[in-house]
Each structure stands twice: as structure tokens, then as C-alpha cells.
Write a protein that binds this ligand. Structure first.
Ligand code: NDP
Length: 284
């Protein structure tokens, strides 16, 4: 049987629709959810991501505060802006678009965001809470992947889950979420030996590597659920995932496409986290 194509665009639209109701209730109580979006430099991909996130916020009734800073911005200037946003009661969430220019050390900047406004879920306090089983804000991409896994009808409990990639933004929080959902989790990376054999045992594969089609279709266990986080742009402009889609889809029970799979879910979960932050403000 051909794999079910997990339509992240449709699921994200559903989640955003549900959020509309929550936002309306908050507004009726005089709370307008607000997200500050900070972009330093002129990276073209980052500009597109920021534009998409801002448009999605507007559609969901979330106010955005746009901060576009030149590439020459110093770390001290960025830290000063973050301090102002931390103190601004109209700002529920702060998003620092990555990557930052090489002149700025993300390891110093990201922890400066108030963890109660860290809607990207990357502040050490929020990462620690996730590992302790007390999540507050969870990184948007892995959070969205968990929704797609549920949509695929797969219960992670007891499943063999293989996460390929161990970045702080995707692979590590992904592994933590799957572990919290009682999966048996294997995390693979560039030093992993015999990746093919490990992937072949997986009931669930999450590929977050950044290498076009490196997870081959014939590695996939028949019936597995395959989530492709990768976004790789080929020279002709076509977007490719980290999974060899056609042959993988011939073996999987469900698989995400690229584009239209994980990407729209990442944005939807940013909105969810922002509304959660506004609800915490409303309750305090
Ligand atoms: P990083 O570059 O930060 O991490 C890549 C990971 O892949 C590293 O852990 C690296 O291992 C591992 N890796 C590299 N080569 C191999 C290999 N040959 N075998 C096994 N593992 C390998 O990337 P991100 O996690 O930030 O992103 C991954 C992909 O997901 C990218 O394509 C990115 O564009 C995409 N992405 C998509 C999002 C979405 O919304 N759809 C959101 C975020 C990212 P090591 O640690 O050993 O170096």
C-alpha cells in the first residue's frame, strides 16, 4: 500500500484555525498576544522565514513587533534590544532569527531572552525543563513533528525511534520529546557507524541532517513512519528533503513531503507557543 502523505500544510492550517478562537478569547479579556521578531543581517532565507512568520501571526490575530537590524549590529546592541523586549509588557514572545552574523555569539545572546518569552524553546531553562519532564516552551520544529506523528496514528510508546541529527534546535529536543513519549530513542550523527542498519530497525525515522536525500529509501523498514525535517535547495531552485522521498514512500506507512510537511508545522507551533505565553500573562 502506498504511504499516507502527511500533509503538514493542512494540519498547520487546522491548528492555526483553532488558535484563532483562543486569540479571540484573549482579546476579549484585553490581552493582545504579541511576538517580537528580530532579524540581524540580510540572509535571504532568513528574510523569507521572517516574512512567513510575520504573515502567519497577522492571520492568527497576533501582533508582531519587527526589528530588522543591519549586519553591522554589535552584540552589545542586540543584547540591549533584548533587554528592552524582555521588559516590554506588550511582548509575549521573542524570536531571534538564526543564524546570527558570525560577529555575534549566539551562545551569549540566546540565553539573554527571558525564558518566559522564549517561544522558540531554546533557552537553557526551557531545554532543562523539557528534559526534566516539565516542558514550558518546546522548540517549534520538534513540537510540530510530534503533532505529525500523532496525525500518522503512531503511538511513540515502545516504538523504536531513530533521530538522525543532534542539533540543539532539532535533533536533541526531538529525542527528548520522543523519550518523554516513551519511545526507545536512538540519536544518530556524523560519527554514527552503519546508519543504514540503525535506520532499518526504526518504526519512526526523523531526519534532520541538512543533506539532500542522504537517508535512502531502501533503508526504511516497511510500514515505518518517516518525518523529513530537511530543507535543501538544489541549484535549479527545487527543494529536497533529507530523505529519498519516492523509494522511501514506497516502503513507509506514512511520510512527510518537502515542502509542505514539517515546515508549515514549525510556524504553526511558533504561534501556539506565543499564544501560550500570552495565556500565562493573562493568568498572572
Ligand atoms: P545542523 O547542521 O545544526 O545539524 C545537522 C546534524 O546532522 C548534526 O547533528 C550532524 O552531526 C548530523 N549529520 C551531518 N552529516 C551526517 C551524516 N552523514 N550522517 C548522520 N548525521 C549527520 O542542522 P539543523 O538540525 O539545524 O537542521 C537540519 C535540517 O533541517 C536542515 O536541512 C535545515 O534546513 C532543516 N530545518 C528545517 C526546519 C523546518 O521547519 N522544516 C527547521 C529547522 C531546520 P554532528 O553533530 O556530528 O555534526
Amino acid at each position: 500500500m502506498p504511504a499516507v502523505i502527511l500533509d503538514g500544510k493542512a494540519l498547520a492550517a487546522r491548528i492555526r484555525g483553532e488558535l484563532g478562537g483562543q486569540v479571540a478569547q484573549l482579546r476579549a479579556r484585553g490581552i493582545e498576544p504579541g511576538l517580537a521578531v528580530v532579524l540581524v543581517g540580510e540572509d535571504p532565507a532568513s528574510q523569507i522565514y521572517v516574512r512567513n512568520k510575520t504573515a502567519a501571526c497577522a492571520q492568527a490575530g497576533i501582533r508582531t513587533f519587527d526589528h530588522r537590524l543591519p549586519p553591522s549590529t554589535s552584540e552589545a546592541e542586540l543584547l540591549a534590544l533584548i533587554a528592552r523586549l524582555n521588559a516590554d509588557p506588550a511582548v509575549d514572545g521573542i524570536l531571534i532569527q538564526l543564524p546570527l552574523p558570525s560577529t555575534i555569539d549566539a551562545r551569549r545572546v540566546l540565553p539573554a531572552v527571558d525564558p518566559r518569552k522564549d517561544v522558540d524553546g531554546i533557552h537553557p531553562e526551557n531545554v532543562g525543563r523539557l528534559l526534566m519532564g516539565e516542558p514550558r516552551f518546546v522548540a517549534c520544529t520538534p513540537f510540530g513533528v510530534m503533532k505529525l506523528v500523532a496525525e500518522a496514528g503512531l503511538s511513540p510508546a515502545g516504538a523504536n525511534a531513530v533521530v538522525v541529527g543532534r542539533s540543539n534546535m532539532v535533533g536533541k529536543p526531538m529525542a527528548a520529546l520522543l523519550l518523554a513519549a516513551d519511545a526507545t530513542v536512538t540519536v544518530c550523527h556524523s560519527k554514527t557507524r552503519d546508519l543504514a542498519a540503525i535506520v532499518a530497525r526504526a518504526d519512526l525515522v526523523v531526519a534532520a541532517v541538512g543533506r539532500p536525500e542522504m537517508v535512502r529509501g531502501d533503508w526504511i523498514k516497511p510500514g515505518a513512519v518517516v518525518i523529513d525535517v530537511g530543507i535543501n535547495r538544489r541549484a535549479d531552485g527545487k527543494l529536497l528533503g533529507d530523505v529519498e522521498f519516492g523509494p522511501a514512500a514506497a516502503r513507509a506507512s506514512a511520510i512527510t513531503p518537502v515542502p509542505g510537511g514539517v515546515g508549515p508545522m514549525t510556524i504553526a507551533m511558533l504561534l501556539v507557543n506565543t499564544v501560550t505565553a500570552a495565556e500565562i500573562r493573562a493568568a498572572s
